[in-house]
Design a protein around this ligand. Structure first.
Ligand code: T46
Length: 134
């Protein structure tokens, strides 16, 4: 599985750092939605689903967390710990987010508006959807 991490341009000066993100330039899709999670309870694992169409970029704008990715054939664990790096997650990818530091703020840029019909929440159904199981 190819892990796609984007390193964003940092504008630093003697006041601190600034990162700017523009759709179709720094982000490889039109950004229709932004959401973020914070105050994640210690030990919690979130996600447990894939998307049929949605593409996303996950950016740990504060703190750290880990992402488990599963394309139905292989799995990877990705550490997110830099506010200037984003992890691209394509459609057809099972994801779980875990090991959030107490101060973690995970921001997500999404290519589509929220649509519950785009979610695959059953792992067996996901394996069938990607052709990993008949
Ligand atoms: C994903 C991972 C990385 C909304 O009303 N609008 C939204 O845009 C989102 C994302 C969620 N919600 C509601 C739906 C649920 O009642 O917020 C609640 C929590 O959402 P969910 O349980 O889907 O959260 P996660 O952390 O399991 O998954 C989220 C995204 O839903 C998902 O697309 O890829 O983060």
């Amino acid at each position: 599985m190819e892990i796609k991490k984007y390193t964003f341009q940092r504008h630093g000066d003697d006041r601190g750092m600034l990162v700017a993100l523009e759709e179709m330039k720094d982000i490889p899709f039109d950004i229709k939605r932004v959401y973020y999670m914070y105050d994640t309870i210690e030990g919690v694992r979130r996600g447990f689903h894939a998307h049929k169409c949605l593409e996303q970029i996950l950016i740990p704008i504060h703190g750290t967390c880990k992402i488990h990715l599963d394309d139905g054939f292989t799995t990877e664990e990705v550490v997110l710990d830099k506010p200037y790096e984003g992890l691209y997650i394509s459609n057809n990818m099972w994801r779980e987010m875990y090991d959030f530091s107490p101060d973690a703020v995970l921001m997500v840029l999404a290519s589509e508006f929220y649509d519950e019909k785009d979610y695959i929440r059953d792992y067996d159904e996901f394996l069938k959807f990607v052709g990993a199981k008949v």
